[in-house]
Design a protein around this ligand. Structure first.
Ligand SMILES: Nc1ncnc2c1ncn2[C@@H]1O[C@H](COP(=O)(O)OP(=O)(O)OP(=O)(O)O)[C@@H](O)[C@H]1O
Ligand SMILES: [Mg+2]
Length: 255
């Protein structure tokens, strides 16, 4: 479903070249739920932008649902849903349901299918109470549920998430996790989840990829990830080790 072959993306910043992603190769099969981890600035969002055609790779190839994202952005949009937790794709001044209607028109979703889908998403994401509220008046958790629904209205095969649980309280977070787990299990939607919340990873992802300085540093199951640092008990400690290049995590002096 997703295929990267030695994909790279660099940026020219004044006279310097920043290699945000280098030589990145991986494949994600249909129906997988994959966590995408890495320290700040590792290249996660850049990867995601290449997957949805916002950025063109400067080297190598990227394929999503058999398409070259930067060349076939419109065709791809029908197959992929994307949520950037840091910013909304909804119309700020419009009620949530009007945003959804615009998305229906943009994606040319059949009205009957749309209505069924909307009813289902309204129930599972509990959107009923604020469907008529302008997006700018929504709380972060409400807005995130709205963004998730917007990304799924056209029933994409692939859902790409960049920090969808950022800033959410424990209850909202649990609700979104539960929703994503069911979406993957019941509808077979392929999910790529970027997050700094290791609880998201532990609870949802069978497979974890870790990127550091633009390169793939780990790709395997959660158990294999834990086994990279024998002696460490928590996923936080294991990931800290990987982020700091094998050095044990710093601990506060014991008194
Ligand atoms: N448009 C751009 N122009 C120049 N440099 C960029 C651009 N976008 C990203 N970068 C650089 O590429 C690197 C990777 O950035 P990216 O946003 O992919 O990181 P990230 O893994 O998503 O980090 P975070 O966890 O902080 O969101 C960083 O060094 C960043 O400064
Ligand atoms: Mg990012």
């Amino acid at each position: 479903m997703i295929e990267l072959d030695r994909a790279g993306r660099s940026f020219k910043v004044r006279r310097e070249v920043v290699h945000a992603v280098r030589d990145l190769s991986f494949g994600i099969a249909a129906g997988e739920f994959v966590g995408y981890l890495g320290p700040n600035g590792a290249g996660k969002s850049t990867t995601i932008k290449m997957l949805c055609g916002i950025l063109t790779p400067t080297s190598g190839t990227v394929r999503v649902a058999g398409l070259d994202p930067s060349r076939r952005r419109t065709a791809l949009a029908r197959r992929v849903g994307v949520v950037f937790g840091q910013r909304t794709t909804l119309w700020w001044d419009l009620p949530l349901r009007d945003s959804f209607e615009l998305i229906r028109l943009l994606y040319k979703v059949d009205r009957k299918i749309y209505q069924e889908r909307l009813a289902e998403l309204t129930e599972t994401l509990d959107l009923g109470a604020f469907a008529r509220t302008p997006v700018r008046q929504l709380s972060l958790g409400q807005r995130m549920r709205g963004d998730l629904a917007a990304a799924l209205l056209h029933a994409p095969d692939v859902l790409v998430l960049d920090e969808p649980t950022i800033g959410l309280d424990v209850v909202s977070k649990a609700g979104i996790r539960d929703f994503l787990r069911r979406l993957n299990a019941e509808q077979g939607t392929t999910v790529l989840l970027t997050t700094h919340d290791l609880g998201d990873i532990e609870r949802l992802c069978r497979r974890v990829m870790l990127i550091d300085h633009g390169r793939l540093a780990f790709d395997g199951t959660l158990e294999e990830l834990m086994a990279t640092a024998p002696g460490e008990e928590t996923i936080e400690d294991v990931v800290t080790r990987l982020y700091t290049g094998g050095a044990p995590p710093e601990r506060a002096p014991q008194r």
